[in-house]
Design a protein around this ligand. Structure first.
Ligand SMILES: Cc1cc2nc3c(=O)[nH]c(=O)nc-3n(C[C@H](O)[C@H](O)[C@H](O)COP(=O)(O)OP(=O)(O)OC[C@H]3O[C@@H](n4cnc5c(N)ncnc54)[C@H](O)[C@@H]3O)c2cc1C
Length: 490
């Protein structure tokens, strides 16, 4: 910390900006800000020096300017449900908690947009727009808790993103506080972008380029009809073949989710969703659109599933039944406590055609490491969520889980996949970035970061592997170049 701003004056200045009841500095209060939803071991916990809860963009900007003077890093935080350590303040500093900026400022039916503050809870936005016959399409399974700001920063997905696209497809513009304290707008209501697409740069930037203080989001009209199908299969292989066949037939369901037997064992006794306990895997498929089309597509999907070995294809006949089928899926992670005290949920993506082989490899890894792995995931877009069950009190178990994770990630990358489909990189996967990006690729990304935040004060230590920031990147590029040219001493 800069000696010009000592601890006492930091606290007083923060209190002057946001008020006494919106600043936390006691260790007992800060403890909950050491974590997000990620697994201890995969992500190190870290305590901030202070937490401030602003209610306006100007207050956010004032805190950022104060942090600059004090030479302290700043970490934005929504609900803390992130699964890659994004909101954990690795270098301490000030956490700006956006949960009090939680107003829906405008719902514009004509333009089908909503203007919201970043702390609005994802599900609350959809609930507020349903009376207008709209919804906010990105629906992470954490949607009862996670915030729009967090969704923007992680470019979050969810079951319905198969048809409707992930968060980036639903953000039209952002009000952002930059690391130098300026408040700027990116994007806007009109279609088309003049100049650089700064909204595109902000979405998915994990709080490293700017702090979102308002979001102009696209609203999606409610479909005329919705059909939810449940298709149980004897094994996961047949279910994944059915998935690839549905997609290759040119059908785009609103959602296409898979749960394997281990997941069913956890979920069914907890929620009685109606998943057969003896199924090797179930597909939960939602189709929406015009009533006649939905019926026809439903029949087409049922035929494909039957041909791929589905033991039955059941359609939910009432809204209550539909909700129950979805409740089982959306609450699946919470039910895992029935099977083991701890789980580590992974998030990787593979090309859809590689799904059957990848699931077989996950099964092999489960046996090799003697580690139960449940699979509950967005099958339609190849976004896997292998969920490793363990008991961290048993010595060596966390290390075994991390080794198994590495095997899974390595395989997914080898078959042309990506490190993350929706949970982001954070600190959890920053070490893996060199598996998919060259030094030049990373230098290009670091260039963007440096142009927004040359001092590296917004959410440091995220996304980039160690040694890839600021001046370090130049050195690494020169090293890579030297290697290419066969020059060994730089
Ligand atoms: C049970 C469970 C299920 C989940 N299911 C899904 C799923 O289906 N799909 C999915 O994509 N994710 C899922 N997640 C992960 C998580 O919920 C999402 O990443 C979510 O978007 C995080 O939102 P948050 O408000 O909790 O953000 P936080 O965890 O608080 O922060 C996440 C990142 O966003 C940054 N950030 C937060 N607010 C702002 C802001 N206003 N401006 C700039 N940066 C900001 C933080 O610095 C951090 O880097 C799940 C998590 C859990 C625990």
């Amino acid at each position: 910390m800069d000696t010009r701003v000592d601890r006492y004056s930091l606290v007083t200045s923060l209190e002057n900006i946001v008020g006494k009841d919106a600043v936390f500095t006691r260790a007992a209060d800060l403890l909950v800000y050491e974590y997000d939803g990620s697994v201890d071991g995969a992500v190190e916990t870290a305590m901030p020096a202070a937490v401030a809860l602003p209610t306006t963009a100007q207050q956010v900007a004032d805190i950022v300017l104060l942090a600059r003077r004090a030479n302290l890093p700043v970490v934005a935080r929504g609900a803390g449900t992130g699964l890659s350590g994004g909101a954990v303040p690795q270098q301490g500093g000030i956490i700006i908690g956006l949960t009090r900026m939680n107003r829906i400022l405008e719902i514009d039916r004509d333009d089908r947009t909503a203007l919201v503050e970043p702390g609005v809870i994802n599900l609350e936005l959809s609930e507020a727009t349903i009376p207008h016959r709209f919804f906010f399409a990105p629906d992470p399974s954490s949607q009862k808790a996670c915030t729009i700001g967090g969704n923007v920063a992680e470019n979050s997905g969810g079951p319905h993103c198969l048809k409707y696209g992930v968060t980036s497809n639903h953000i039209l513009g952002l009000e952002v506080v930059l690391p130098d304290g300026r408040i700027v707008w990116t994007g806007g209501r009109a279609a088309g972008i003049s100049g650089y697409d700064l909204t595109g740069a902000m979405v998915g930037s994990e709080g490293m380029l700017g702090i979102v203080t308002k979001a102009l989001v696209r609203l999606t009209p409610m479909p005329e009809a919705t059909l939810v199908l449940l298709a149980p299969f004897a094994d996961i292989d047949s279910a994944s073949h059915a998935t690839t066949r549905i997609i290759s037939a040119g059908i785009v369901p609103a959602a296409l989710e898979m749960m394997d037997n281990l997941t069913i064992q956890a979920v069914e006794p907890a929620y009685h969703a109606g998943y057969p306990m003896d199924a090797g895997a179930v597909l939960l498929i939602e189709i929406d659109g015009i009533a006649d089309d939905v019926r026809g597509t439903g029949e087409e999907i049922a035929t494909i599933c039957a041909e791929a070995g589905a033991t039955e294809v059941r359609s939910a006949t009432s809204q209550a039944e539909r909700d129950l089928l979805w409740k089982g899926r959306k609450m699946a992670l919470g039910a895992m406590g029935r099977l083991a005290p701890n789980y580590y949920l992974h998030d990787t993506v593979v090309p859809r055609s590689k799904l059957p082989a990848t699931l077989r490899r996950v099964d092999e890894i489960s046996r090799d490491f003697d580690l139960p792995i449940a699979n509950v995931f967005h099958a339609g877009d190849g976004n896997l969520h292998p969920l490793m069950l363990f008991d961290r009190r048993i010595a060596g178990s966390t290390e075994r889980v991390l080794e198994a994770s590495k095997e899974i990630i390595t395989y997914c990358v080898e078959v042309g996949g990506a490190l993350s489909g929706e949970h982001g990189i954070g600190t959890e996967k920053s070490g893996y970035m060199t598996m998919v990006y060259t030094a030049d690729d990373l230098a290009a990304m670091a260039g963007l970061k440096n142009s927004f935040d040359p001092a590296g004060m917004f959410n440091p230590d995220k996304i980039f592997p160690k040694g890839y920031m600021c001046g370090e990147v130049r050195a690494l590029r020169m090293q890579a170049m030297a290697q290419k040219l066969g020059i060994h001493a730089l």
